[in-house]
Design a protein around this ligand. Sequence first.
Ligand SMILES: [Zn+2]
Length: 276
Amino acid sequence: MESGFLLRRKGKIHYLTIPPFDKTGIVDHCFTTRLGGVSEGVYSQLNLGFKRGDDQQKVLKNYELICSAIGINYKDLVCSDQIHGDKVYVATEKDKGKGIVRESDIIGVDALITNKPGVPLITYYADCVPIFILDPVKKAIGLCHAGWRGTVQKIGQKTILKMEQVFETRPSDCLVGIGPSIGQCCYEVDAPVIARLKESFSNWREMVIEKSEGKWNLDLWKANKYQLEEIGVVESNITVSGLCTSCRNDLFYSYRKEKGVTGSLAAIIQLKKYNK
Ligand SMILES: [Zn+2]
């Protein structure tokens, strides 16, 4: 598999990590695959979505499996509640377990950030772009969910700018991972999406291939990478997985490929509890 991310295996569980993140030694993290869980049928196997119609007990079991594989207590997870918006939430100890073991008041949030060790964050995917952020200097982390709407609202950029404001993060210090999502190969969009893209990016033409009259294939990885470089993230600090969720339906859930009936993948990250 050719990818900037590394495919790892623990027992039956398969997941991806970002090598430059691994190297820092200060985070536990992964992007999940569909392999190794207990869900069945269209949700097979490692579905992490509670709202997709799957058996709730099986979903919880999947949380337990993937989190124990990467050294996280799943009962501590802070869950996003994604609406394709651009709201960034600063998570702390008081948020642990929200959306998992207790009710959540984190509503309409597509990005989570924290600088608290032992506060694991989780965001959900089935084609949209996962963005992992790690500031190894100020020791802060972030996750954001960028579909085309989040991408044109520049949620990736806004997440790092929020980290700058709250944690004094410098964009040039940040390591970024752009995870598996629908690739340009499979992501056809029409004029309304292109109109929004034009509003946000003067160089939008570099992000699309025109396929036919009124149809373009959009490169969300490029659009997200570009907006991060715009605020000073260093190109060599950005790792792109290069994996398309639709092409690799064997490894991932894909909302488009499976016509909306499928499970959820997740991005998970925490600052290790005992940092030097
Ligand atoms: Zn593809």
